[in-house]
Design a protein around this ligand. Structure first.
Ligand code: FMN
Length: 235
């Protein structure tokens, strides 16, 4: 595997969520120990007597965690890589902008995802941020039973980026990255990517959103006050 600097992190809970990413960032910032248990010992209790995030996590029903994180609206992306010369992609919403200087992004993938061997062999990935018109791509790259399917890159139009990675044509923006680190976090891997190149494609297009396990669209219908004299008085 070409991914350098593999670090271990057992966050104790795992969901496609920013919470998990926040825990890793805390660990990177030195606020949590390498096992994700803060400055805590094996019992999950910090020396200051506070329970760690790990200890709190295991005492809460997973369904509550899912419900809570489902309230956190996200965009939707397709993470792509190259399997040799063949483009591969998967739908991902667990994406975080981690650092501006240097620019770093992180994606969280369930360890069972089909794309992991190819992504790790390539050592690079691209993130394409979908527009609301690209919901069909989100479904297909999430493994929907459609034709052409994910094995055929969903029939998506794509262009090679500056580094050769496949970028979804018509996406709002695409970001090409080199994997700096892989962190183990419960049942997920977190891939910290150094941003190599950004392609802005259509910054004005409305993004596809994901909320409460459903797609969400930004409402654009608005009302404005009539400045002229109305035919009948307003209520
Ligand atoms: C909107 C949306 C967001 C998703 N985000 C992630 C994610 O961040 N990480 C992940 O591992 N899977 C995520 N998934 C699930 C995968 O896209 C889907 O389960 C996967 O493509 C199935 O692949 P597999 O056959 O490798 O399991 C998401 C699915 C959808 C519909």
């Amino acid at each position: 595997m070409r991914v350098p600097g593999v670090a271990a992190l057992a966050a104790g809970v795992a969901e496609d969520s920013v919470l998990m990413i926040a825990m890793v960032v805390r660990q990177m910032l030195g606020r949590d120990g390498p096992d994700g248990r803060g400055a805590a010992g094996q019992n999950g209790i910090r020396p200051d007597g506070q329970a760690s995030a790990y200890a709190l996590g295991v005492s809460q029903p997973a369904s509550d965690f899912r419900t809570a994180m489902g309230q956190f609206a996200t965009g939707v992306t397709v993470v792509t890589t190259l399997d040799g010369d063949t483009p591969q992609g998967i739908t991902v919403n667990a994406l975080a902008s981690v650092s501006l200087e240097p620019p770093l992004v992180m994606v969280a993938l369930d360890r069972r995802r089909f794309i992991i061997p190819a992504l790790e062999a390539c050592g690079r990935y691209a993130v394409s941020i979908l527009t609301e018109d690209q919901q069909w791509l989100s479904d297909c790259f999430a493994g929907a039973n459609v034709t052409p399917g994910r094995e055929a890159f969903c029939g998506a139009d794509w262009d090679p980026g500056e580094t050769g990675l496949p970028l979804i044509r018509g996406a709002i923006a695409s970001i090409e990255c080199t994997v700096l680190n892989r962190f183990e976090a419960g049942d997920h891997f977190l891939y910290m990517g150094r941003v190599d190149h950004v392609r802005l494609q259509d910054e004005t297009a409305p993004p596809l959103l994901y909320h409460r396990r459903r797609y969400l669209r930004i409402e654009r219908a608005t009302t404005t006050t009539v400045a002229g004299k109305p035919e009948s008085p307003a209520d």
